[in-house]
Design a protein around this ligand. Sequence first.
Ligand code: HEM
Length: 210
Amino acid sequence: MTEPAERITKARAHDRLVGGGVGILDLDRLRLETAGDHVAVEASMPLMVGDLDRDRYVGCLRRVYGIVAAWEEWSASSSPEWMHSLLGNRQRRGLLERDLAWFGVVQLDEARPAMPELKDDASRLGAMYVMEGSTLGGRLIARHVERVLGLSAGVGDAYFCGHNQQTGTLWKEFCGVLQARVPDRETDRVILAAKTMFQVFGSWMQLAAK
Ligand code: HEM
């Protein structure tokens, strides 16, 4: 059995490796305080209905494309170097392009929502929490659209299949980085950035639907 002192030394060594947090960010508070924002964003993406048809589904993919492209363009141009591999392993714009091409859409919209200002790691990771968390519900959506639209897994719904079997592992890894990089006292900043990102996502989906 590991002695407490040894565990603390190991945890601190791990903290130094992943960036050195002081106190653990409160993930449960983040979840709880953004639960209402999740409900709102879910409503902006009405895919989980029995009478979903291809046109509505493709319309939704086209709108999601604008925001995913905006996020990945921000990642490429403005994220700090330490985030590059974290973000690079999770890109999904190509999956959306594949899905849209499968439905015959090759002319991709160039309109993008404005990204919020993300000045520090707490805010960047708060925004990433939203984009990355969407992979969790995505798998549920994938099973649904496969059934309702008669799609084969990963063909036309590759974006929602997302990281596939890697989803849980990548999510755990992301939560680990979030907790290690952001000290507990900055939880408010993460929550604010997550709320703003949910808002940007939801408004874009609604605006683009008009
Ligand atoms: C119809 C649309 C959606 C459905 C049905 C849905 C469903 C879900 C479900 C079931 C989970 C929990 C999964 C788990 O714990 O394994 C989840 C988590 C999450 N979803 Fe969604 N979702 C949808 C859209 C979105 C969108 C568009 C976003 C982002 C803009 C989003 C962000 C998140 C986040 C951040 C979490 C993680 C919460 C946490 O555990 O900390 N979701 N979603």
